[in-house]
Design a binder for this molecule. Structure first.
Ligand code: NAP
Length: 279
């Protein structure tokens, strides 16, 4: 591979599942991967296997995200930021920052990391990828940008669906606000994937994902990771449309209607207003 086609790719949620598989595939293709994980042992193990640097952050603690951003800003460039860390929870709990946990780890922390790295990302003309979910359509339809933390009508599935819908709206708004700075934002749904997903969620989700039942309806993390790596190595405008939400190679139709972009703009403001002490 020629030097100029090698990319520096930050993969969050890189200690397991889709992120670890994507990191393996990218390293195999000669790209420089910077791994981000939560669990020190798991993250160090994958980083050692791949021979890549790693950083640690628990997204349930925003001070970790701020430190992570400062560490990542030290790299000479970031061509791709894959905001892939996340997962479903089993009940409505607040983080030590005072925000609903599903919202924080799937959207707010990723919003913060991206915002803190904007100058670096713009200088690298980076692609910013959100790992969203079909849950955005299944459970996110009643999303209210004025209530992103699901104070009303909370269920674990709704909170997860709303946070993942939030990732898609964030992608659109990031593209709108920062596309002219050279940033290309894109979201994708990874399929239903047999990973460690759901280990912190309800008994039902754990039953579906962590018993042999999973072989009936899931795809492998390696197969799913190809959706991420296609976007990571692809050329914006040629291989994907910036601002779009994908499933495999095709755009995925979002059921939530936001024709004038006002919900995406409100959500951006709702996230920013919660982060004034950091931004
Ligand atoms: N699997 C599916 O069917 C499916 C479907 C749709 C969307 N997704 C999304 O795909 C992404 C990757 O999930 P996966 O399926 O690969 O599951 P996974 O195997 O559980 O991997 C999730 C990754 O996110 C990290 N993570 C979880 N909570 C975190 C936190 N509070 N702070 C920082 N990192 C955290 C995990 O770290 P640890 O190793 O420490 O747990 C792990 O590296 C997630 O955003 C998930 O919501 C998955």
């Amino acid at each position: 591979m020629e030097n100029q086609t090698k990319k520096t790719v930050v993969v969050t949620g890189g200690s397991d599942g889709i992120g670890a598989s994507a990191a393996r595939a990218l390293v195999k293709e000669g790209h420089r991967v910077i791994l981000v994980g939560r669990n020190p042992d798991k993250t160090a193990k994958i980083a050692a296997e791949l021979g890549c640097p790693y950083h640690l952050a628990d997204y349930a603690r925003l001070s970790d995200v701020v430190r992570l951003a400062a560490e990542l800003a030290e790299y000479d460039r970031i061509d791709v930021l894959a905001n892939n860390a996340g997962g479903a929870q089993k009940e409505r709990v607040l983080t030590e920052d005072g925000f609903e946990r599903t919202f924080q780890i799937n959207l707010l922390a990723q919003f913060l990391l991206t915002r803190l790295l904007l100058d670096k990302l713009a200088a690298s003309r980076a692609t910013v990828i959100q790992t969203a979910s079909i849950a955005a359509n299944l459970f996110g339809a009643d999303f209210d940008p004025a209530d992103p933390e699901s104070e009303e009508n909370y269920t674990p599935f709704r909170a997860y669906g709303r946070a993942k819908l939030g990732d898609v709206l964030f992608t659109r708004e990031l593209q709108k606000r920062c596309g002219d700075r050279g940033i290309s934002a894109v979201a994708f749904e990874p399929g239903v994937v047999r990973t460690n997903f759901g280990s912190e969620s309800t008994a039902f989700v754990r039953f579906c994902y962590h018993t042999p039942l999973k072989y009936l309806f899931t795809i492998s993390p390696e197969k799913s990771a190809r959706r991420l790596t296609r976007l990571a190595v692809g050329a914006p405008g040629a291989d994907f449309t910036p601002g779009e939400f994908y499933s495999e190679k095709k755009p995925y139709r979002l059921k939530f209607r936001d024709p004038d972009g006002s919900a995406a703009a409100s959500l951006w403001d709702a996230c920013a207003s919660r982060l004034t002490k950091y931004l």
